[in-house]
Design a binder for this molecule. Structure first.
Ligand code: SF4
Length: 65
């Protein structure tokens, strides 16, 4: 699984990193930053990545299964 965020769309609601802090974190402006190296999501964090994607109000997060 790979995860990415469109930084042009992200407005910094913070729902992704509030709900899935092992995958997503805030940058210095409060916008989303992907924490897993190169966007590669380990098996144990697949559910968390989906939760972040599903709760982004801007649909800024893409998960490729
Ligand atoms: S929930 Fe969406 S808009 Fe908010 S910080 Fe995360 S990616 Fe950005």
């Amino acid at each position: 699984m790979r995860v990415s965020v469109d930084t042009e769309i992200c407005t910094g609601h913070g729902r992704c990193y509030a709900l899935a802090p092992d995958v997503f974190g805030p940058d210095d402006r409060g916008h989303c930053e992907i924490l897993v190296p190169d966007g590669g999501v380990p098996d144990a964090l697949h559910a968390a990545a989906r939760v972040g994607r599903d709760n982004c109000p801007e649909l800024a997060i893409t998960v490729i299964e």
